[in-house]
Design a protein around this ligand. Structure first.
Ligand SMILES: CC(C)(COP(=O)(O)OP(=O)(O)OC[C@H]1O[C@@H](n2cnc3c(N)ncnc32)[C@H](O)[C@@H]1OP(=O)(O)O)[C@@H](O)C(=O)NCCC(=O)NCCS
Length: 194
């Protein structure tokens, strides 16, 4: 992962627009199947991408020389998790290790704040220590480990790590006041803060 390559690569990160639909479908076609399943939606279907570009808020793309090489979304939770967002990032295999994933993750944290989210989470396949270090460097803390939760194309299983980041510590402190007092004191984080 040479720092020189990072310096020489000029990356633009910007909001997805409706004009990007075709290019985004083409980008996802370059993503290996094993990485695509991480999305939990069939991202090769134009209908999936059409839905995203119709609602591009908090979806960003990374471009190198005008070509899409990365995508990141902050998906807002619903109902009792409406204060929680989940980030999904994918970078083209041809452009990994250049710092693009990190750029997209940083943007996602900023967007989570803009969305008014208190907590941001991300799921990572276990065993990628430097990737884990990147997320912990951004303030994420491991909250869970789901054993043998991911099955690879070859049939092997991997653990799935659930990481979370309290993007708005102030809101997190205020949140218990909004819960039913009969439930007793509540810590929305459930685990000691970092
Ligand atoms: C995860 C992913 C988005 C990283 O993108 P990227 O552009 O390569 O990330 P960066 O270049 O910013 O790398 C950030 C750090 O993670 C490390 N890293 C990235 N991918 C890694 C991998 N598969 N295994 C181990 N470490 C990895 C890099 O070495 C780097 O560490 P360093 O700064 O110590 O060198 C990309 O590998 C991908 O698209 N994976 C498939 C989808 C996925 O698993 N997404 C989960 C994250 S939401």
């Amino acid at each position: 992962m040479g720092g020189g390559v990072r310096e020489r690569t000029s990356v633009e990160v910007r909001r997805l627009t409706s004009d990007d639909a075709g290019a985004l479908v083409a980008f996802f076609a370059t993503v290996p199947e094993g990485d695509r399943t991480f999305f939990k939606e069939d991202i090769t279907q134009p209908g999936t991408v059409a839905g995203w570009v119709a609602d591009p808020q908090h979806r960003n793309i990374a471009l190198v020389d005008g070509l899409i090489v990365g995508y990141a979304a902050v998906l807002k939770g619903v109902a009792w998790s409406s204060h929680v967002g989940e980030i999904r990032i994918v970078v083209s295999p041809t452009h990994r290790g250049l710092g693009i994933g990190r750029l997209l993750a940083q943007r996602a944290v900023v967007e989570a704040k803009e969305l008014g989210l208190v907590k941001l989470m991300v799921e990572l396949v276990a065993g990628h220590d430097r990737l884990l270090a990147m997320f912990t460097g951004l303030g994420f803390v491991q909250e869970g480990r789901l054993r043998a939760h991911v099955r690879t194309a070859s049939g092997d299983t991997r653990d799935l790590l659930v990481l979370a980041h309290f993007v708005d510590e102030l809101a997190a402190m205020i949140l218990p006041a909004a819960t039913d007092a009969s439930d007793g004191p509540a810590d929305p984080r459930g685990t000691p803060s970092h």
